[in-house]
Design a protein around this ligand. Structure first.
Ligand code: ZN
Length: 262
């Protein structure tokens, strides 16, 4: 079995990522509205014409069509090619950097799901269960393979993420006297725990809260809507950023912390 990726492996991973990014676009647009991602086929938002396969090739079709529908000329959002390029990049970099094929697929799958969550939370203020529940199961399955955190670590992380966020929700609601934190955030932290273990849950919450405070709160303040916090701050977006940092640099961060403290 080929363990170390060469350039061919990196290109194949990038092409797979581009196709997966195309599917992720469909999920991001349809799941917040609870629509199926299988049927109907993709259609133009302007004229309703089904999109032919040759107009649906990641990135290239958008460029060839100059961001306009072939039939009615209405604009096609740059979010489509950007997400396709982004996921292609994630998979190519994972294939290039990871120590094994399994680790590349595990990390790239997790980062792809996190990107989907960040986009739906930022656009529609919702974290679809379609990402988090199968994602949690996937994380625990990956943990069963050698080289990944053990199944016990994955399952323990999922349980900790779930319970911890429920505790935060109850405490916040008691303090604020109104609903706080969506169920989507709770399911999301179970997903993060399944992929990164109990320590990853803590690290994600720490990094996510710091990023939310440093980036999110000033952004809200600038927009002049510092109203009920949980209504406007897309917490899932910052937790996704925290989880991405954790899965990529977590071991290095923990190592640095231990060396500095001891
Ligand atoms: Zn059209």
């Amino acid at each position: 079995m080929m363990l170390l990726p060469d350039w061919y492996f990196v290109i194949v991973a990038g092409l797979f990522g581009a196709a997966l990014g195309s599917f992720l676009n469909v999920c991001v647009y349809r799941w917040p509205a609870d629509l199926s991602v299988i049927s109907p086929r993709s259609r133009c938002g302007g004229c309703g014409q089904p999109i032919a396969w040759y107009d649906n090739i990641p990135v290239l079709s958008w460029l060839a069509l100059r961001a306009r529908c072939r039939h009615c000329g209405s604009r096609i959002s740059p979010q489509y090619p950007l997400v396709e390029l982004g996921v292609a990049g994630l998979w190519a970099i994972a294939a290039w950097q990871a120590g094994s094929l399994l680790e590349a697929v595990r990390v790239a799958s997790f980062l792809t799901i996190l990107l989907g969550i960040a986009l739906t939370d930022a656009r529609d203020m919702v974290i679809p269960d379609q990402f988090t529940i199968p994602g949690t199961a996937l994380g625990i399955c990956f943990a069963a393979f050698p080289g990944a955190p053990s199944v016990l670590t994955g399952a323990g992380g999922a349980v900790l993420g779930y319970l911890l966020l429920w505790a935060v929700k109850l405490a916040a609601e008691k303090a604020l006297g109104k609903p706080a934190l969506g169920v989507g955030d709770i399911h999301m932290m179970a997903l993060v725990g399944a992929f990164t273990g109990p320590l990853g849950v803590l690290l994600t919450l720490l990094i996510g809260s710091v990023l939310g405070l440093v980036l999110g709160v000033p952004a809200m303040w600038v927009r002049g809507r510092l109203a009920p916090l949980q209504t406007y701050l897309p917490l899932g977006l910052f937790l996704a950023l925290g989880a991405a940092v954790t899965v990529i640099w977590g071991p290095a961060l923990v190592g640095w912390y231990v060396r500095t403290m001891l």
